[in-house]
Design a protein around this ligand. Sequence first.
Ligand code: HXC
Length: 259
Amino acid sequence: MGEFDDIAVSRPADGVTLIVIARPEARNALRTRTLAEIAAVLTAAADDAAARAVVITGGVKHFAAGADLKEMAPLDAIGVLTHERPRHWRAIQSFPKPLVAAVCGYALGAGCELALACDLVVAGSNAQFGQPEINLGMIPGAGGAARLARTCGKALAMQMVLTGAPIDARAALAAGIAVEVDEPESAIARAIEIASLIASKPPLAVRAAKEAVLRALEAPLSEAVAADRQAFALLAASEDRREGIAAFLEKRTPRFTGR
Ligand code: HXC
């Protein structure tokens, strides 16, 4: 699936694309090339009907230790402002299909922000989620403070961004960052299993369902509910809805086509 320097890409199950960040010598620090490669895979997957869900992981030892500080060190304000990195982050954050993270080991700084940008996080029991930017005279630059505040509320968000201290997998589960905790050796397989289950669902409804949950985090409740109703009505025009209901009534397995 293409040639990459910083990631490995495979298809471990029907409809599932797996991205493994592979820079162990730098604890999977997200240099610009890494982000660009992740963004390129997601951009291609967005238009590929055979790619129905994506899993991203750093393997069993490290998810990602943040932005690459060696690359970041020489950048001044204009360099940061005009950098290509925000473009890659936008591609990741606006990926329209389900994005599942398997997070083992350190998810720090931009690594934590990458996990928070995913739709579901399966944590390995060795996971550490943290925003240590404060120790470097910075704040999270890719949405970490905002997403933490919305995901787990003010108290924990403040603690994490003001102290820089990481939280472990159990705390991430309790805070709503992770959906479940598994042994590191099984976290990736479990994320693939969840992605595979999602990949078996009707794609138009999956897309609308992801949009509905994300919209709830952005829009006023009445607007979000009204938009959900419109999407619900729109799906009544889909062949997959007819097929899903018919298959239920005929007591057979549905065959979804994405139409
Ligand atoms: C560049 C990094 C790195 C990083 C680790 N390395 N993190 N290189 N950028 N973020 C490199 C080290 O320099 C070292 O290279 C090698 O990886 C191994 O690191 P060690 O520290 O020796 O490993 P270990 O003792 O296992 O500690 C792991 C660690 C620690 C706890 C993850 O490396 C660490 O604290 N890293 C920095 C974490 C951090 O502050 N992240 C936030 C970055 S700011 P050499 O060449 O010496 O072997 C950020 C801003 C986001 O993310 C903004 C988004 C827009």
